[in-house]
Design a protein around this ligand. Sequence first.
Ligand SMILES: Cc1cc2nc3c(=O)[nH]c(=O)nc-3n(C[C@H](O)[C@H](O)[C@H](O)COP(=O)(O)OP(=O)(O)OC[C@H]3O[C@@H](n4cnc5c(N)ncnc54)[C@H](O)[C@@H]3O)c2cc1C
Length: 465
Amino acid sequence: MDKFDLTVLGGGPGGYVAAIRAAQLGMKVALVEKKLPLGGTCLNVGCIPSKVLLESSDLYHKAGNEFSKHGIAVTGASMSIEQLMARKNKVVKELTDGIMILMKKGNIKVINGFGRIKSKGLVEVTGEGGIETVETDKILIAVGSEPVELPFLPFDGDKVVNSTDALSFGKVPSSMIVIGAGAIGLELGSVWSRLGSKVTFVEILPRVAPFADSQASKMLERALIAQGLQFKLETKVVSGEKTAGGVVLAIQDKNGAESKIEAEKVLVAVGRKPATKKQGFEEVGIKLDEKGRIKVGDNFQTALSSVYAIGDCIEGPMLAHKASEEGVACVEKIAGLSAHVNYAAIPNVVYTEPELAQVGISDEEAKAKGIAVKSGKSYFKGNGRAKSLMAEDGFVKVVADAETDKLLGLHIVGPRASEMIHEGALCMEFEGTAEDIGIMCHAHPTLSETLKEAALAVHKKAIHG
Ligand SMILES: Cc1cc2nc3c(=O)[nH]c(=O)nc-3n(C[C@H](O)[C@H](O)[C@H](O)COP(=O)(O)OP(=O)(O)OC[C@H]3O[C@@H](n4cnc5c(N)ncnc54)[C@H](O)[C@@H]3O)c2cc1C
């Protein structure tokens, strides 16, 4: 029997990235994954397939609503759902095949099966071919997360669906209710709305993308309403009943008034939970917190020595890049290197149109924490590139420490915010200031000039503001 230096449980962006880095550092690595292809939630049923559907549905929407403004006449545009799904599957396959190549390159042994930790140096893998026992020095748990189900409205894969189902509908539903206006709900709601579904969101909190700066979230809500999406905020779903044609939900607004809404499909997008149930972790002494997340110390070490955990199954934002950063930092620490994850500079993006991206804290969060800040804002309306793209909705807000001018947060709602946000993340990594961004020469005409203007606005020096 082979003995490994490190055995990773779970082949998502946390686990497979950690496996590659560990192999680079000279470790003999095994990666256990119960559901091939590798890539986890992110590549198979998350980040990547959702972005493919967003891109295609955006083009379709623009063909019908915007191309004519450019002088491009499009008549009889139609969307083949079959082709849409085929392209999505092709992109996913190319990327997941690519991970398999990386595994071979790193000489990483991929074991297909459900891994269970028997003791600190032993993992038992149950696969199609039977049970395999893996002896290992260290174990890294990267088992990820799964969608949260509403107790009174269980998923049935047809009328009451989760995000995985909503990435693979065979036809456009005539109507859809999305419960939860977070990133996943907003993205998938946008996809099916652009393709012709009547989409209504029910959100218990008073705003969409609740984690975002409140002004950015309001701006996004306005833009999405203009695209035909409907929102019932501060409203909770009380019960649900399946009918011949779909699902009827009883909802209650903030004043307690109850009403009913109906749709062909209901997408439950109320969050994700760590996939730590039925894993047998507690039986071997690994401790979980009240939310079922694996408790780890500074080095990602669990309560069981030589066993580590990262990604969606531990505390922190459930994001692919956070999982990967933790995977790299964890194995580098195991190898005795100094490594860290800067949790203050992890970007968060919603890939709607306009996009919403943020890094760091908002001025509201700063106030709640007692940190004095100054902020500057600039709108895309006055930006030449945004005008040429016909994407003028949105703004950039820069939040800086009032005393030191250190950049503490960047909030963007607007075109290609997902790409622009990294200027803020970089500045924060280097402990730069709003002034640093303001004095840096930005190419013209670019969307990023709006960021420069917002940084200048912190000191009331914006040129076009
Ligand atoms: C629709 C959707 C869109 C998303 N979009 C984005 C986005 O745009 N950007 C972003 O950053 N994040 C996005 N996410 C979140 C992102 O997918 C997750 O944060 C990320 O995948 C977490 O990585 P992970 O490695 O921790 O876990 P996962 O990707 O969940 O991987 C865990 C893996 O472990 C395997 N596993 C579990 N238990 C065992 C076991 N006992 N033995 C063997 N294998 C096991 C699972 O099969 C799975 O493959 C999205 C999620 C969804 C659902």
